[in-house]
Design a protein. Structure first.
Length: 271
């Protein structure tokens, strides 16, 4: 897939009012890129954009109209888009009781937002012979997310779509990277999964924080940009993730039994 030099490039980052998205935008600017940021939280996005010096386009990252507006703003201010960071995400503690609306929201934001952005940008990148798509998935997309069916399933789908993009367009000038961290110090980890998820949300958050170190968003962002400049597909800021994936592949049944035991331990702690 080659590599991507960042100086002078035009980037869009979704979910950029805070957390990994804001850190990505700031790191891109530090690397000499031009940045458009977007988020559903308009007030917080405006504060972040002003602080770091980026152009803000508020709105729902899964909306085709909002994605088109991001691209239009980037082209108006800087020129054609070179990189798209599909970073917006949602998560809660929903299990089998998750409503169809919760599933639709998770699918829209965690998966279809990526598809819609790629649909708009990739044909032009193929024509130009250059472009880069970065998907923020999760270690849950390689393993699972105890406590949240909607998050686990949609993050698996995000990984699968990133893989498909890389296989299909990687030899045509389009680079793809997929970020799969465990715990990162973000609003989602601190409160997003617990605010509406009840016990499932608490267990989901505990499963993440109990599995390894919780990283600072900027540390993750720096690893992402290093991966893009090096042409790396899979980004796992937590080294343990790759070992967990190897164990899963080597003996799926043993891995499931181990996860069941971990879940029982977490639920005992939650009670």
């Amino acid at each position: 897939m080659g590599t991507m030099e960042l100086t002078g490039k035009v980037a869009i980052v979704t979910g950029a009012a805070g957390g990994i998205g804001a850190a990505l935008a700031e790191a891109l600017l530090d690397a000499g890129a031009h940045v458009v940021v977007s988020d559903l939280d308009e007030a917080r996005l405006a504060e972040t954009a002003e602080r770091i010096g980026a152009v803000a386009v508020p709105g729902d990252a899964s909306s085709e109209a909002v994605i088109a507006a991001m691209v239009a703003a980037a082209e108006e201010h800087y020129g054609p888009v070179d990189l798209f960071f599909a970073n917006a995400g949602v998560g809660d503690g929903s299990g089998l009781a998750a409503t169809d609306e919760q599933w639709r929201t998770a699918l829209d934001v965690n998966v279809l937002a990526h598809v819609r952005a790629a649909r708009l940008l990739v044909p032009g990148w193929v024509e130009r012979g250059s472009g880069w798509f970065v998907s923020t998935a999760s270690a849950a997309g390689l393993l699972t997310q105890i406590g949240s069916a909607t998050y686990s399933v949609t993050k698996h789908a995000a990984v699968a779509f990133a893989e498909w993009l890389a296989v299909t367009y990687g030899d045509r000038g389009v680079g793809v990277s997929c970020l799969c961290p465990m715990g990162v110090d973000t609003d989602m980890l601190r409160g997003g999964m617990t605010s509406s998820g009840g016990e499932g949300g608490r267990v989901a958050a505990a499963a993440v924080t109990g599995a390894g170190e919780v990283l600072a968003p900027r540390d993750v962002a720096d690893q992402v940009l290093a991966a893009v400049t090096e042409g790396t597909f899979l980004i796992t800021p937590h080294a343990d993730v790759r070992e967990f994936v190897r164990r899963k592949a080597a003996d799926h049944d043993r891995w499931i039994h181990g996860m069941q035991r971990y879940q029982q331990h977490l639920m005992g702690d939650a009670r």
